[in-house]
Each structure stands twice: as C-alpha cells, then as structure tokens.
Write a protein that binds this ligand. Structure first.
Ligand code: ADP
Length: 504
C-alpha cells in the first residue's frame, strides 16, 4: 500500500505525464500534417510559377518573331527587288540566323543561292505541299524541327512568299530566356531543357539540386521544357524540414524530461515507501528493545523486594544486573532522543579539549559486565602521548559505545573485542574490531543510513533500532571526521571513527 505522500506523488506524476503525452502526440501529428500540406503548397506554387514563366518566354519570343516578320513584310511590299531591304531587316534581327524566301513555284527569292547543305534541310519545308498546308492553316509562324520557323507572307503583287528562318541559339538564350527568366522573383533554380533534355539555359548552376517539376512549352518551343530545381538550403521544403526537425527535437527533449522526471519521481516514491516501512519497523524495534531491559529490571527488582534472596553475593549480582540494564535503557533512550534532535536540526555539540585514553577506557568500562559475562577476550591499545583532541566528549563516548555495543551484539562464538586509538595521517582514529558475523560488501554502505538494518537471517534475529550507526556517522561528521568499516562475512568487522586533531 502506498503512503499518502507516495500516492500524492503518483497523482502529481499522472497529472504531468498525461497532459504532456497528449501535447507531445498532438504536436507530432500537427507537424506531420504541416509538413505534408506545406510540401503540397510548395509544389503547387512552383507549378504556377513555372507555367507562368513558360508562357512569358513564349510570348516574348513570339513578339520578337512577329516584329521581324512585320518588318520583312514591309520590305517585300515596298521594293521590286527587296534584296537590300531584306539584308537590312536581317541585320537588325540577331534572333534570325539563316533566312530563305521562296516563291509560289518553289523558286528561291532570297538569297541568291542556298548556303552549304541548307537546300536539303529547308527545301522540303518550303516545297509546294508544305506551302499549301501553311495556307490552309493560316498560321503565320510554324515551328518545324530544330528551331526552324516558317511563315507565309505576300509579295509586292500579292503573290505568296514562303519564309523560312533558323533561330540563333545564342540570341535566344541571351535575349529571350535570360531577360525573361532572369527577371523572375523566385528563389528556385529555373532551367530550360531542349528535346534531348540538355540544359539550354539555367538561371543558376544546377549542380546536383533535385528537380521539383517541369512543364512543357507550347507551340513556340515544342518539345522543350522549363524545369524547376530546389535551391540547396533555401527551398521552403527545407525550411519546413528544419522546422520539423526543430519541433521534433523539442518534442524529444520534452519526452526525455518527462521520462527523466517520471523515473526520478518513481524512485522518490519507492524511497518514501521504503522509508515508511523502515520507520514502522523502527517503532516496533525500539519498543521491543525498551521492553527487554525493563522486564529484566522488574523481575530482579521484585525478587529482591520479596526478600527471598538471602545470599549477599547473589544480591550484589542482581543489583549489577539492574544497573547494567538501566545503563542499556539510558543508552537506548539517549540514542533515540539524540536521533530525533538531529532529525529536527536541534542537536548541538560542545567542543572541549579531551584526553582520549580516559574516554576510551571509561566507555569500555560501562560494558565490563556484559563483556565478562559473555566471555569476551578484550584488548585495549591506546597510543602513548596522544594529544588532547577538541571534541564533544559525551557525543564521541556515545558513538564509541554504539560501536562497542554492536561488536558485542553481532558476535557469535568467537568473542573478541579490540579497541585501539592512535594517530594516523594527522587524524585520531579510534577503531573497534570484532570477530563476529561480519557484513556483506553490498550492505556496508547502507548500514550507516537511518533505520537501516541488515536482514534478519544475516543478523540471526538480533534486535536493534537501526539508528546506532546513523548517529555515529552524524557525530563523526559534526566533528569534521567520518566513520568507515572494513568487514568480511564470517570473519568480523572493524569500524574506525576518524576525527581531526584540531588546532590544539
Ligand atoms: P542496529 O540497532 O540494528 O544495531 P545500527 O545502525 O547500529 O543498528 O547498525 C545497522 C546494521 O549494521 C545492523 O542491523 C547490523 O546488521 C549491522 N552491523 C552494525 N555493526 C555490526 C558489527 N559489528 N558486525 C556485524 N554487523 C554489524
């Protein structure tokens, strides 16, 4: 069953974890949706932009070619032999690289002769059937393959004149594509690809930028495409990616914090539960520890009171038992009271220069009776000429008594107790050694915690309150020292109380 505070922690934890989890889940779902919709939007925008750009290119190109044809038509109408005028029109039209004018019967009107292998290429395009097709279609400019355009004009006498010209690639790139596409305000890379997919023009180096989409040009540039590429780092898609990564990171951090917090709270709850158990054990243990000496005192007291013990020697023995049990009771109550003072932060220590030897021998003296009665082999060794040490003599005496009490309590058949005091590395070390039950390595750090007791089977049912060593440690630390243990199960233990020598 959980203690009230542990229950409160569990509820608080739930109150944090549940909303945080919902927020994290909602956040994740919404950034995924956002990512999907913004990508869709980006593609739509890119498509609109590409279509518009392609239309603009075609319009510009048409206008330039219409303009050229207008001027050509004017030249044809004006002159009987328009050769020179046509030369002039041609000179003013860099977009036109080669120009041929053919009469209705297929005779070459301009220039005088076919250049190089042009007759083979242009010939079929201006032949009679081609002419009729042109007339029927009524189209002014028709694009054949390889950037050759055809148109139908009229001569001075109203006769049909077929015009065929080849576009100049460089001028097309420079004056039509570059001026039209270069002026577009868009962070993307736009390129024009010919029918073989070769790049004719691109606004910026494409490198290995991925292609977003491409749209086909219409009549003015058949089979050519306008392609849009994603600029590295600058595309909205990558911006969204970055945002998504940022949010995912933040969500991850949130989840990590929640998990860490939950684990910490769970640990705290477990500690509290454990502490609650230890506390209730403590009450039972102390009560039991008080009861034993009290019942002994009562029993011996009553026996003496009844006057049944006539033998003086036995009477003396009974008095000693009563005194010893009284001392045990005092020690126990002192421990509990001191412990509660320490817990409440009310414990104070009065430091006075103290001789070590009388303190050690005096404390041991109070155990003379149980030591003798239980047949302990006792050894005391106090280094000669120990200096006086500043300490609260009562407190240090109490700590030493607790260590001796434990040594007696946790001894089995091999009953031996050694107390030695010496200076080691500039510190006073008072060590209590026994050859008793010993302590398993994994327990050695825990035994100094309040209420902690090693399991019943290991201590063979010996009673205790679990505050003795906690008190020893507190006293040691209050003096600027510490307490350590060396122990092996079945071999015995050595507890060392180490105190600074102080300035005196
Ligand atoms: P307790 O009242 O249980 O003796 P302590 O705080 O004095 O409480 O000791 C804590 C635990 O440490 C004991 O329950 C015991 O298991 C172990 N312990 C202490 N001293 C010794 C010792 N000299 N030999 C073996 N075990 C010891």
């Amino acid at each position: 069953m959980l203690s009230p505070s542990a229950r409160f922690s569990a509820l608080a934890l739930l109150a944090i974890v549940a909303p945080a989890t919902i927020v994290a889940a909602l956040g994740y779902v919404s950034i995924r949706q956002w990512e999907a919709s913004s990508e869709l939007l980006y593609r739509e925008q890119a498509r609109d932009m590409a279509t518009m750009a392609a239309e603009k290119v075609e319009m510009t190109l048409r206008r330039a070619e219409d303009d050229f044809l207008d001027r050509l038509q004017a030249a044809l109408r004006a002159e009987r032999s328009p050769g020179r005028a046509i030369d002039a029109v041609l000179a003013g039209s860099p977009l036109v690289r080669r120009l041929y004018l053919v009469g209705a019967r297929g005779e070459l009107l301009y220039p005088r002769a076919w250049k190089e292998s042009d007759a083979a290429i242009f010939g079929p395009l201006v032949s009679e059937p081609a002419q009729r097709k042109l007339e029927r279609g009524g189209q002014r400019v028709v694009i054949a393959e390889n950037q050759i355009c055809r148109a139908l004009l009229t001569g001075r006498g109203g006769e049909a004149v077929v015009v065929a010209f080849l576009r100049d690639g460089d001028t097309l790139r420079r004056e039509i594509l570059a001026t039209t596409l270069g002026a577009l305000e868009s962070p993307t890379i736009i390129a024009v690809l010919d029918r073989e997919g070769r790049t004719v023009y691109s606004r910026a180096p494409i490198g290995d930028a991925p292609r977003v989409l491409s749209v086909q040009f219409r009549d003015a540039l058949p089979d050519w495409q306008l392609a849009v590429y994603q600029t590295p780092g600058a595309s909205p898609r990558q911006a969204v990616r970055r945002q998504v990564m940022f949010f995912t990171g933040a969500l991850g951090a949130l989840v990590a914090v929640i998990v860490a917090g939950s684990v910490a709270t769970w640990r705290l709850m477990r500690r509290e539960t454990e502490m609650a158990r230890l506390k209730s054990d403590f009450v039972a243990n102390v009560s039991h520890d008080l009861k034993t000496p009290l019942s002994v005192i009562r029993m011996f007291g009553e026996t003496l009171e009844m006057g049944r013990v006539t033998d003086e020697g036995r009477r003396q023995e009974y008095y000693r038992v009563i005194t010893r049990e009284g001392e045990r009771l005092t020690r126990l109550i002192d421990n509990v009271l001191d412990f509660s003072r320490i817990e409440g932060g009310r414990q104070t220590y009065r430091m006075t220069p103290t001789s070590v030897e009388p303190l050690v021998r005096g404390t041991l003296e109070t155990f003379a009776y149980p030591l003798a009665q239980q047949g302990f082999k006792v050894e005391v060794s106090v280094a000669p000429d120990l200096p006086e040490v500043a300490m609260d003599a009562d407190a240090v005496g109490q700590a030493l008594a607790n260590l001796i009490d434990n040594a007696i309590k946790y001894s089995a058949d091999d009953r031996a107790l050694t107390v030695d005091a010496r200076v080691v590395d500039g510190r006073l070390v008072i060590a209590v050694t026994d050859r008793g039950l010993g302590i398993a390595p994994e327990e050695q750090a825990k035994i100094f915690e309040k209420f902690y007791r090693v399991g019943r089977s290991d201590t063979q049912g010996r009673r205790g309150s679990g505050v003795g060593l906690a008190l020893v440690r507190h006293i040691a630390e209050a003096h600027g020292g510490d307490v350590t243990v060396e122990s092996a199960p079945g071999e015995g233990s050595r507890f060392s109380l180490r105190l600074p020598l102080g300035r005196s």
